[in-house]
Design a protein around this ligand. Structure first.
Ligand SMILES: Cc1cc2nc3c(=O)[nH]c(=O)nc-3n(C[C@H](O)[C@H](O)[C@H](O)COP(=O)(O)OP(=O)(O)OC[C@H]3O[C@@H](n4cnc5c(N)ncnc54)[C@H](O)[C@@H]3O)c2cc1C
Length: 416
């Protein structure tokens, strides 16, 4: 069914009895043209664009839990395209443009809110680096504005400008950045894919790959063997474990990242703000909760919960930036598993096994990439050639010495 003002009014008068489930619960077929492992944002977006852009509908998404139970429903909802390097800039700008038309395309309210993303700077050298980044963004077609301290003060007067150890000198603002309701993205893409004939198979974990003469023939699952012409893996934090089932070792480590939500407050933060002297970022949800986070926990883990040291570090960042936050109570925290790559950038590529493709290495920035990742992975699966904005995301770039290292941190995944 299509959602519209008319359907809303009609269902209001019939006690909501006309609403239909958003997707079917089909039994697995014996064989699909394409199987996507992982029913997160990237897997569902890939299935949607396979059907929408390439007419491929004999497709299944295999999800070990329920749709959206992974990072797509656990992140802090920030979208932006403020990247420096050529390998990244056009890709993330493509993603931001897709976000801008997503709700009309999906006929689904994902609460896309372009409320602005502001990266604060606290020193002259940091200002110069942000000016360079802003210029690179503009060259790649994104928007960027460099603000001085007064410009920031006009937007966020309650931040600690003067008495802080790292006084705020200004910020790099991307007005088209913002937030999106994260789980609605999974639901919207899932519904759109299902409407086009894609089978969404929940509680269906991939437990092995059938590989004959160097080519993948299908996958073993907790619901039996399913044959496939091609298999795309988009399992985010589980990438290392799942690709190990195919005998491949990835340049990826899994780490926990936590998110924090406060009690509901009156509106105080209009957009997204990131602290430039520590790892801390914050926005306010439409319900009034402050939503914030910081660094990953810093050790390898597959547990979807974090520990106190990272929590303490995040709260210290919060207090340094806006001491008033000390009065707010945290009501919820949770963790997700990040697929941290060696250069902090993702992989959308074929693998050495014919018919097996990989979409991984999203670190803690993969939510904003969801539309472009799905678009480009679908393009690769359908045409066997990389999409023009994703040509740099090769699996072999690490052995060829072509990393895309935005932070210049080197091959240390927990620093990206
Ligand atoms: C706390 C936190 C904050 C974040 N904040 C941001 C942010 O503000 N902005 C941003 O851009 N990014 C952010 N991220 C990162 C972003 O959420 C991820 O990079 C992105 O969601 C990963 O892609 P995905 O949605 O496909 O992953 P997921 O939703 O994790 O999807 C992968 C799916 O694969 C399934 N799976 C795993 N193994 C198997 C198997 N064997 N068989 C079948 N299915 C399997 C999992 O159950 C899961 O549902 C954040 C992440 C976290 C945890």
């Amino acid at each position: 069914m299509r959602y519209s003002l008319f359907s809303l009014i009609k269902n209001a008068f019939t006690g909501g009895s006309g609403w239909r489930p958003m997707w079917r619960e089909p039994e697995p077929k014996k064989h699909y043209d394409v199987i996507i492992a992982g029913g997160g944002g990237h897997g569902l977006a890939t299935a949607y664009y396979l059907a929408r852009n390439h007419g491929l509908t004999n497709v299944a998404v295999l999800e070990k839990g329920y749709l959206g139970s992974g990072n797509v429903g656990r992140n802090t909802t920030i979208i932006r395209s403020n990247y420096l390097l050529d390998g990244n800039g056009p890709f993330y700008e493509h993603s931001l443009k897709l976000w801008e038309g997503l709700e009309q395309d999906l006929n689904y309210n994902a609460m896309v809110s372009q409320r602005g993303v502001l990266n604060l700077y606290h020193a002259d050298a940091q200002r110069d680096a942000f000016a360079r980044r802003g210029n690179a963004m503009r060259l790649n077609g994104a928007d960027a504005e460099l603000l001085d301290a007064d410009g920031v003060r006009r937007l966020y007067p309650f931040l600690d400008f003067d008495t802080a150890r790292f006084p705020i000198r200004g910020g790099l603002l991307q007005r088209r950045g913002g937030t999106v309701r994260h789980d609605a993205v999974a639901w919207g893409y899932g519904r759109g894919a299902d409407q086009r004939g894609v089978d969404l198979l929940q509680n269906c974990e991939v437990t092995g790959f059938k590989i004959e003469h160097g080519r993948v023939e299908g996958v073993d699952t907790t619901r039996g063997f399913i044959g496939a012409g091609k298999v795309g893996v988009a399992v985010a934090g589980s990438s290392g474990r799942v690709m190990k089932l195919a005998g491949l070792r990835l340049p990826i480590e899994s780490h926990v990242l936590q998110a924090f939500v406060s009690e509901g407050l009156k509106p105080i933060i209009g957009g997204v703000v990131t602290f430039g002297a520590g790892h801390f970022y914050i926005s306010q949800s439409d319900k009034g909760s402050l939503v914030f986070g910081g660094d990953i926990d810093g050790y390898n883990s597959y547990a979807q919960r974090g520990n106190l040291p990272a929590m303490e570090d995040v709260c210290e960042g919060a207090m340094a930036l806006m001491p008033a936050i000390g009065r707010a109570r945290i009501v919820r925290t949770w963790g997700g598993i990040m697929d941290m790559s060696m250069d902090g950038s993702p992989i959308i590529d074929r693998t050495p096994i014919k018919g097996l493709y990989l979409d991984a290495g999203w670190c803690y920035g993969g939510f904003k990439a969801t539309p472009a990742s799905g678009w480009c992975f679908a393009h690769l699966l359908a045409t066997d050639t990389p999409h023009e904005v994703a040509t740099a995301y090769r699996l072999d770039r690490f052995e060829r010495g072509l990393p895309i290292d935005e932070k210049g941190a080197g091959a240390q995944p927990n620093l990206h």
